[in-house]
Design a protein around this ligand. Structure first.
Ligand SMILES: [Zn+2]
Length: 109
């Protein structure tokens, strides 16, 4: 149990979809392309995009993500707990980053 708690602490902060009062069902995730390094922002919908499945957490979210620079397709599989915090993230072709890392990358571009 301690291991999962540690993961939640690592992923629970910036990677959970920030609540936006104008978009209560929106969850935002940020990715960095493993090939060219560009960052992408993806919206998921709590009602439509999350599935309850047996696995490491309550919900699974699967998304194909494409950046605007090299157009490589990344495949993301995120497991979320019942408060929509990311518990585990597997991204082929890229990585999940925090909102802070995303904003930092935009500043540097
Ligand atoms: Zn790319």
């Amino acid at each position: 149990m301690g291991f999962m708690d540690a993961l939640k602490r690592i992923f629970g902060g910036g990677t959970s979809g920030a609540a936006d009062s104008s978009d209560p069902n929106g969850l935002w995730y940020h990715f960095r392309c493993g090939r060219c390094g560009s960052v992408v922002r993806i919206r998921a919908d709590r009602r439509n995009d999350l599935n309850r499945e047996d696995g490491p957490a309550t919900y699974v979210l699967r998304k194909d993500v494409m950046d605007n620079t090299c157009f490589q397709l990344m495949h993301a599989e995120l497991w979320l707990d019942d408060r929509y915090n990311v518990v585990t993230a597997e991204v082929s072709g890229g990585e999940l980053i925090t909102l802070e890392e995303y904003e930092q990358a935009l500043v540097e571009e």
